[in-house]
Design a protein around this ligand. Structure first.
Ligand code: 5RP
Length: 273
């Protein structure tokens, strides 16, 4: 692998552990002002020091994130549909590679909706993005999206989607945890991270999902709502980090979370400028 490509990937997947805690805050690109992400700066600022990478759109990056941050940026570059529109799958590439480079992104992210009427369009978009990314040493992260059909998150569907994403050149794949996840990760020849999905009932549920995903072959998480929709988001991301990077068990993570809850979060920083 070329130096630039490898260097960017190692900014996301930490070489010390081979793992990653990415923070996903890109939800507004199709959901609008998602609960607890209405003011992105307020949500993102306290969490930034604990994220190995931040996944978001260029609009939120420019408007709501300090330009002196050291946290690497994974830029969401697919979009063009909304939760109230005809189909979430009808996405295009909304941000070009030059813009990603200008924004100092370490990777670009695109969703693919396998099995939908837009499958071919999505896969050609992914392939074209990979062609561009490989030219400049920018890794492409493919998200195996399910749209509103959360029930699609089973092992057969996710294995198929992840493998196709990797075959088409994605350097990292983001998918969902499911029963039989070891088959999903085991048949995907590039690193997989998991999304958290909608907020789970308890913190322990989120810690168990994270722990099981890592044990079954994920290199980490690209998690959003289970972190920042929690009333104690900093305690939450620290506990997730302990599982991903330090091998903490779910109940150990819960203890950390409970003690972290009692600490006062530092005041959030305004975007510089
Ligand atoms: C949407 C995404 C989101 O970033 C993803 O779903 C991660 O967030 P969450 O943990 O809230 O599910 O890629 O397509």
């Amino acid at each position: 692998m070329d130096w630039g490509m490898q260097n960017r990937i190692s900014k996301i997947i930490r070489p010390e552990t081979g793992r990653s805690v990415m923070l996903a805050v890109d939800h507004g690109y199709f959901l609008g002002p998602t609960r607890k992400l209405e003011n992105p700066n307020k949500t993102i600022s306290p969490l930034l020091p604990y994220a190995d990478a931040l996944m978001l759109t260029r609009g939120v990056l420019r408007s709501s994130v300090s330009d002196v941050t050291n946290t690497p940026v994974v830029l969401r570059v697919s979009g063009g549909s909304s939760v109230i529109g005809e189909s979430l799958a009808n996405e295009g590439v909304i941000t070009g590679m030059e813009e990603a480079i200008r924004l100092n992104a370490v990777a670009v992210a695109i969703s693919i909706f396998i099995g939908t009427e837009y499958e071919k369009q999505n896969l050609l978009n992914l392939s074209e993005l990979v062609n561009e990314g490989e030219k400049y040493g920018i890794p492409v992260l493919a998200v195996t999206a399910v749209g509103k059909e959360l029930g699609k998150r089973d092992q057969r569907f996710l294995s198929l989607s992840c493998r196709i994403a990797a075959e088409l050149g994605a350097r990292i794949v983001k998918t969902y945890y499911c029963d039989g996840f070891e088959k999903v990760a085991g048949s995907c020849p590039v690193p997989c991270v998991i999304a958290g999905g909608p907020k789970l009932e308890t913190e322990l549920d989120a810690f168990e999902m994270t722990y099981n995903a890592i044990r079954q072959g994920a290199v980490g998480v690209d998690m959003g709502r289970n972190i920042w929709q929690n009333p104690h988001p900093v305690a939450m991301i620290k506990a997730v980090r302990a599982i991903v990077h330090e091998g903490a068990k779910p109940k150990e993570a819960l203890k950390l979370f409970e003690s972290g809850k009692k600490k006062k979060a530092p005041a959030s920083k305004a975007k510089s400028r």
